[in-house]
Design a binder for this molecule. Structure first.
Ligand code: NDP
Length: 250
C-alpha cells in the first residue's frame, strides 16, 4: 500500500518532535530518504540516530532552520545535499500555539509568532520546493492544518485563524497547480499527544495530564500514517483532505 514511497525524497518541517518526528520515522520505515528540519539540532540528531538504527539503508539529512524567518529557510535549502535537490514530498508541519488565550488577552508578540510560523512559513518553504516540482511535473505538498481550521474554539481564536488561513492557501495552491501533476493535500488532526499540548499550551506535565484525562486523544503515529497514505497514492489520485481525530472528539 505504501511501496511507492520507497527511494523518494521527503522534506519534513517540525521534525524534532510530535507529528513531524513520527512522520519521518514511518516514511523511513517504508524506504523514503528524509530531510528533517527544525530549530532544535539536538532533537534532530536524536531522530537521525533512531532512523539510522531502524532503517540503515535510508539517507537522512538534518536542517537546523527557523521557519518563521525567511532567510533561515533559504539558508536551510541551500545546505541540502545533491540527493535531496529534488523533493518528492514536502510536509509543511511546523506549527505553534504559544498558549491558551482569549482574544482579549492576545499580544502582538504571540500573534506574530503564530502568523510567521503557521502561515508565512508555509508559503516561504513551499516557494523553495514548488518550482522544481512543477519543472518535473510531479510531487506532493502536504500541509498540516487542524480541525480548528474549520471550527474555531474559545481560547484558540488566533491559532484557529492561522489554520483557516492554511486551508485557504492549500485550496488556492491546489487550484493554481490543477493543470499539473503536482498534488496538494491538507491533513487536519484533532487532539494529538505531542509537546504541542503538553509544554507549549499547558506549561507543565501535570496540567497536560489533566487535559489528556478529560479529552480523547491519539498518538502522533496515527497522523503520520495518514500523511504517508496521502503521499503514496497512485499519481492519478489526489487525497485532497484528511481529518484524523480521536474517536469521541466532538
Ligand atoms: P510539536 O510541538 O511536538 O511539534 C511542533 C514542531 O514544529 C516541532 O518540531 C518544532 O521544532 C517545530 N517548530 C515550531 N516552531 C518552529 C520554527 N519557528 N521553526 C522551525 N520549526 C519549528 O507539536 P505537533 O507535532 O502536535 O505539531 C505539528 C503540527 O500539527 C503543527 O502544525 C500543529 O499546529 C498541528 N496540530 C497539532 C495538534 C495537536 O493536538 N498536537 C492538533 C492539530 C494540529 P523546534 O521547536 O525544534 O523548532
Amino acid at each position: 500500500m505504501f511501496e511507492r514511497i520507497k527511494d523518494q525524497t521527503v522534506f519534513i518541517t517540525g521534525a524534532s518532535s510530535g507529528i513531524g518526528k513520527s512522520t519521518a520515522i514511518v516514511f523511513a520505515e517504508f524506504g523514503a530518504n528524509v530531510v528533517i528540519a527544525a530549530r532544535r539540532g539536538e532533537k534532530l540528531a536524536e531522530l537521525e540516530g533512531i532512523i539510522n538504527q531502524k532503517c540503515p539503508t535510508v539517507k537522512v539529512h538534518k536542517v537546523v532552520m527557523d521557519v518563521s524567518n525567511e532567510e533561515s529557510i533559504k539558508a536551510g535549502f541551500e545546505s541540502l545535499p545533491s540527493w535531496a535537490a529534488d523533493i518528492d514530498v514536502l510536509v509543511n508541519n511546523a506549527g505553534v500555539s504559544p498558549g491558551v488565550e482569549q482574544i482579549k488577552d492576545l499580544t502582538s508578540e504571540n500573534m506574530d509568532t503564530m502568523l510567521n510560523t503557521n502561515i508565512k512559513s508555509l508559503v516561504f518553504v513551499t516557494q523553495q520546493v514548488l518550482p522544481r516540482m512543477l519543472q518535473r511535473d510531479s510531487g506532493t505538498v502536504i500541509n498540516i492544518g487542524s480541525v480548528l481550521g474549520s471550527a474555531p474554539r474559545p481560547t484558540a481564536g488566533m491559532y484557529s485563524a492561522t489554520k483557516f488561513a492554511l486551508s485557504a492557501i492549500t485550496q488556492t495552491l491546489r487550484m493554481e497547480t490543477n493543470d499539473t501533476n503536482v498534488r496538494i493535500v491538507e491533513v487536519k488532526p484533532g487532539i494529538v499527544q505531542t509537546e504541542f499540548n503538553v509544554v507549549r499550551n499547558f506549561g507543565d506535565q501535570e496540567a497536560s495530564d489533566k487535559f489528556y484525562e478529560a479529552m480523547p486523544s491519539i498518538p502522533p503515529e496515527d497522523v503520520a500514517e495518514a500523511i504517508l497514505f496521502a503521499a503514496s497514492r497512485d499519481p492519478r489520485c489526489v487525497i485532497t483532505e484528511i481529518s484524523v481525530v480521536p474517536k469521541g472528539q466532538a
